[in-house]
Write a protein that binds this ligand. Structure first.
Ligand code: SF4
Ligand code: F3S
Length: 112
C-alpha cells in the first residue's frame, strides 16, 4: 500500500507533508505534490500534517484515479524535501470542489 495525495492539495500546496516524510518520497508539480507509491513506506506520519486533509491511505475507497496520478507524476516531477512558501491564497482554495478539472497543472515544480 501507499499514501496518496488527492484533489484538495491543488492550489493549497501547503508542503507541511514534505518535512515529516522519513524517505523523502514527495514530488513537486506546479500547484500540487504527489507521493511516489513505490517509495512510500506507509508510515502514515504525513497524513495528519496536511492542513487540507489531502493525504489518504490507498486503503480508502475510490482512490484509483489519484493513485494513478501520483504514480504518473512522481516519475517526472522533481523531488521535494523541504517546505517552500505555499501559495499566498492557499486558504481560499481549501475545500473548493472541482479543482482537478479546472486547475490541475501537469507542469513540474521547482523541487529542491
Ligand atoms: Fe512519506 Fe510516510 Fe507519508 Fe509515505 S506515509 S509519504 S513514507 S510520510
Ligand atoms: Fe498538499 Fe497537504 Fe502536502 S496541501 S503539499 S498534501 S501538506
Amino acid at each position: 500500500m501507499t499514501y496518496v495525495v488527492t484533489e484538495n492539495c491543488i492550489r493549497c500546496k501547503y508542503m507541511d507533508c514534505v518535512e515529516v516524510c522519513p524517505v523523502d518520497c514527495f514530488y513537486e508539480g506546479e500547484n500540487m505534490l504527489v507521493i511516489h507509491p513505490d517509495e512510500c513506506i506507509d508510515c502514515g506520519v504525513c497524513e495528519p500534517e496536511c492542513p487540507a486533509e489531502a493525504i489518504k491511505p490507498d486503503t480508502e475507497p475510490d482512490l484509483d484515479f489519484w493513485l494513478g496520478l501520483n504514480a504518473q507524476y512522481a516519475a517526472v516531477w522533481p523531488n521535494i524535501t523541504t517546505k517552500g512558501t505555499p501559495p499566498s491564497d492557499a486558504d481560499k482554495w481549501d475545500g473548493v470542489p472541482g479543482k482537478y478539472q479546472r486547475y490541475f497543472s501537469p507542469a513540474p515544480g521547482a523541487g529542491d
